[in-house]
Design a protein around this ligand. Structure first.
Ligand SMILES: [Zn+2]
Length: 99
């Protein structure tokens, strides 16, 4: 089941989950569904939520004919939950689902 990233549900506080993301390509407007991506584990030694955030960047290429736009998914996970930011893509157009 696809969940909008805006809902900011906690995927897994221990980070053992893999998710798929779905978002609209900012170049051609078609939907891109990623392969399974491992969510980084939060820093469990951190004192607070912002220090606990661990980030990773995953580059996804749009495979629509003649587009091939590269998108960097900036994924962070912390005590407050998982979040992803993609340049030029509104969060309304970003969804995820657990595998
Ligand atoms: Zn595209």
């Amino acid at each position: 089941m696809w969940t909008n990233i805006k809902d900011q549900s906690i995927v897994s506080p221990t980070g053992d989950g893999s998710v798929e993301f779905k978002f609209k390509c900012s170049q051609c407007g078609s939907d891109i569904v990623t392969n399974s991506i491992n969510i980084p584990e939060p820093n469990m030694m951190a004192d607070n939520s912002s220090e606990s955030e661990v980030c990773r960047v995953k580059t996804v290429v749009c495979d629509t004919d003649q587009c091939n736009e590269e998108h960097d998914l900036n994924i962070s996970n912390g005590f407050g939950g998982m979040y992803v930011n993609i340049d030029d893509v509104n969060e309304e157009d970003i969804y995820y689902q657990s595998i």
